[in-house]
Design a protein around this ligand. Structure first.
Ligand code: GLA
Length: 509
């Protein structure tokens, strides 16, 4: 979806209802294609958040011919933008993608009617001073020092998180029913202990600056008591910026106050998402800014797992443990598709040496059971997360999951690979369409996963001699077939369907 305009000829690769207008523009004289002038400052209001605040946006646009540059400001965020206006048609790209515009639409009677990629409709009018956002006061990052380890997450954290399935549609009742289902489905007993509320729970701050939940969470303390009564733990979400990624109030300037409130509610896990902090601080400040909340959590005296969510920015693996981080995101957000899942897990390979008991690389939450990958692909997803000692945070509807989804998420033999106390992260070795991952285990054995990346079934042979083992193989099990397999003359061969995995657990003599 890009377009180039060179002289009178335009090359358009495009997919939208405006194709006809643009084609007409191409057929007619160049004058009719002239870009409308939309340089200037535009203000818009969007939908109302769950805490009653109204979303606003300001577009500051400069224009040279058809080309646009400038910035967009929303609650807590400022981002540079570029784009184009052809006739009355407008496309605007953020710094995060040159391929997909995040605002597309038309000039209509002196207004910009733009549809966001999230499907939100914005009507921009010439901005007035009332559209301006209050600027947060700049707070210097603290000087660096080590925050003591909180003693948690000796093995990768396991649980459930609301974002992948519910995004903004999460509330107290859903969390309670999910907690019930974690118990009745067997998830809790399989090790999935944390029930984590992601973004959009936030209300507004009261006169003392205490952050309240919004109407969807009437009583956080009662909710945590309920979740605890089920033998589970409760997680929550915030950002070091003034706003979360969904635009809700976050912890900037209120770090200790928020940590104290979370502790007083009985929170056991905090996911702390960089989001709008990126509009205030450069990436060089990631460590001190995460250190601030690490210290604040430590000061509460409550054991709270600290999950850093910064999309792999700032070489987090090198300092995450120093701010008492128990896990840190190594990649962008996962999507429920094969390419996204695979690229997340492959991308985090260079961070492998930094994973270990107490602090883990996090390639993002699980999509297993959300419906857009095949069962084989979900088995591969689970296997790869286990081989790489990744946190296992289910992101599906536990209340309604199918027998197959249960068999994937609750495969105890695969979970045991993830939770092995040695805490080693496997690395991939590619051979054509076959990718082999080897994870050393605490008893001297290994887990071996062979993924078939290709479009057709493939024959794979695992040679013990390739695995650099200290001793010969005594016993081997196929962890998806749940049966012992035999190494004959030091090797084992199997057919692996497309996008599927052969996952073996080897015990040595
Ligand atoms: C970011 C994070 C996601 C989720 C959303 C919530 O995109 O990476 O995991 O928490 O924010 O807004």
């Amino acid at each position: 979806m890009t377009f180039e305009v060179s002289g009178k000829k335009a090359v358009i690769i495009y997919s939208a209802p405006h194709v006809l207008g643009l084609m007409l523009c191409l057929l007619l004289a160049a004058a009719s294609c002239q870009a409308q002038n939309i340089a200037g400052r535009w203000g818009a209001t969007g939908k109302t958040l769950d805490n009653g605040e109204v979303r606003k946006a300001i577009l500051d646009l400069r224009q040279a011919g058809t080309q646009l540059t400038g910035s967009v400001t929303t609650l807590g965020f400022v981002a540079t933008v570029k784009g184009a206006v052809i006739g009355a048609h407008v496309k605007i790209f953020g710094p995060w993608s040159d391929q997909h515009p995040f605002l597309v639409g038309d000039v209509v009677n002196g207004e910009l009617h733009l549809l966001q990629d999230t499907q939100d409709q914005w009507v921009f009018k010439p901005a007035t001073p009332a559209d301006d956002f209050p600027k947060p006061t700049y707070v210097d990052p603290p000087t660096l020092h080590k925050v003591p380890y909180n003693g948690l997450a000796k093995t990768p954290p396991m649980g459930w998180n609301s974002w992948n399935l519910f995004a903004g549609k999460i509330d107290d009742k859903t969390v309670r029913t999910m907690a019930d289902a974690m118990v009745s489905s067997g998830m809790r007993d399989a090790g999935y202990i944390y029930v984590n509320i992601d973004d959009t729970w936030e209300g507004i701050r009261d006169a003392q600056g205490n952050l309240q939940p919004n109407y969807k969470f009437p009583d956080m303390k009662a909710l945590s008591a309920y979740v605890h009564s089920m033998g589970l733990k409760l997680g929550i979400y915030s950002s070091p910026g003034p706003r979360t990624c969904a635009g809700y109030p976050a912890s900037y300037g209120h770090e200790q106050q928020d940590a104290n409130i979370f502790a007083s509610w009985g929170i056991d896990y905090l996911k702390y998402d960089w989001c709008s902090a990126g509009s205030i601080y450069k990436n060089e400040s990631l460590q001190p800014i995460y250190q601030k909340m690490g210290e604040a959590l430590h000061a509460t005296g409550r054991p709270i797992v600290y999950s850093l969510c910064e999309y792999g920015l700032g070489s987090v693996e090198k300092w995450g443990a120093d701010v008492s981080g128990n896990l840190w995101r190594t990649t962008d957000d996962i999507r429920d598709n094969w390419d996204s899942m695979l690229s997340n897990i492959e991308k985090q390979a260079p961070t492998a040496p930094y994973a270990g008991p107490g602090h883990w690389n996090d390639p993002d939450m699980l999509e297993i059971g959300n419906g857009r990958m095949s069962d084989d692909e979900y088995r591969t997803h689970m296997s790869l997360w286990a081989l790489t000692a990744a946190p296992l945070l289910a992101g599906n509807d536990i209340r309604t999951m199918s027998a197959v989804t249960k068999s994937i998420l609750m495969n105890k033999e695969v979970i045991a690979i993830d939770q092995d106390s040695l805490g080693k992260q496997a690395l991939p070795v590619k051979n054509g369409n076959l990718e082999t991952w080897i994870k050393p285990l605490s008893d001297g054995g290994v887990a071996v996963g062979v993924v078939n990346l290709g479009p057709a079934a493939a024959q794979a042979t695992v040679h013990a001699s390739d695995l650099h083992l200290a001793h010969a193989v005594a016993k081997a099990r196929d962890l998806w077939r749940h049966q012992e397999v035999e190494f004959v003359n030091g090797s084992y061969a199997a057919t692996i369907p497309s996008h599927s995995v052969l996952l073996l657990r080897l015990w040595l003599q």
